[in-house]
Design a protein around this ligand. Structure first.
Ligand SMILES: [Mg+2]
Length: 264
């Protein structure tokens, strides 16, 4: 089933209704809120140089590696794929991943960034409607904070009722753990919520938790199989969501920034 067929399953007006009527909107982070995967890739490569490794992850290599969720897991997967095979101890993987996390924070801070089209208005209007917002991601808490402190505001946490990161649960996506933990914290039924994802692994995780899912297609996962999604869109601007009357919490937050060149 291709994405064009999928997108017809739920027409824009009906999808808008689903968004507006959801008890909570649960967001993935990387690729969904912002096109961050290129920054992650650069951070990995900087960490490899710093650690004296001759590894370099180009676009195609990283695209394949993204099938493995979690940065530490990705490092292990790449080491296993080398010939001769490279054996890394847990402490080496953790240290390498810590270097990468520091570089990611540095790169995010160095470059101004923005949320993907439509995300800011979706968050703003959901808040105005009184909808709960949550995050369910496999990235680290540190990475979320680095990104959203820049792309949203230093007080971004106040917008979200629940934030669950990869290291908060036992199994990363496509296991449903992050979503199940979010549902427990929200105290909402899965079928009343709406997940917003950009990858097949994220979609599987949300569906396994019973949450209807909208795919906001991103650069690295555009050709994934999104069977089972409510709909597939390339950005969220087309829905023209009508803001509710009331206080606009995000009005003074900074949204208009320049995201760095993806083709580093
Ligand atoms: Mg993602």
């Amino acid at each position: 089933m291709n994405v064009e067929t999928l997108s017809v399953l739920l027409r824009p007006r009906r999808l808008e209704d689903r968004i507006v009527q959801a008890a909570a909107l649960v967001f993935d982070v990387d690729g969904t809120l912002a096109e961050t995967e290129g920054i992650h890739r650069r951070a990995f490569n900087a960490a490899f140089i710093e650690a004296g490794l001759d590894w370099y992850w180009d676009y195609r290599t990283y695209k394949k590696l993204l099938r493995t969720t979690g940065g530490k897991e990705r490092i292990r997967a790449f080491a296993r794929s080398r010939f001769p095979r490279v054996c890394l101890s847990d402490s080496v993987v953790i240290a390498l991943h810590q270097r990468k996390t520091r570089h990611y924070g540095r790169l995010i801070a160095q470059h101004t960034c923005r949320l993907r089209p439509g995300i800011a208005s979706l968050i703003r209007n959901a808040r105005a409607r009184g909808q709960a917002l949550a995050i369910a991601t496999t990235t680290t808490s540190s990475n979320i904070d680095d990104l959203l402190s820049v792309a949203l505001d230093q007080n971004w946490r106040s917008l979200f009722t629940a934030v669950v990161a990869g290291d908060d649960v036992e199994r990363k996506k496509p296991a449903p753990d992050v979503y199940l933990e979010v549902l427990a914290r929200l105290k909402q039924r899965a079928s009343d919520c709406l997940a917003i994802e950009d990858s097949a692994n994220g979609l599987k995780a949300a569906i396994a938790a019973g949450i209807p899912t909208l795919i906001n297609r991103s650069e690295y996962f555009r050709d994934d199989d999104f069977s089972g999604a409510l709909a597939v869109v390339d950005d969220l601007t087309e829905f023209g969501l009508i803001p509710a009357a009331g206080v606009n919490h995000l009005e003074e937050m900074r949204f208009e920034k320049v995201w760095p060149d993806r083709n580093d």
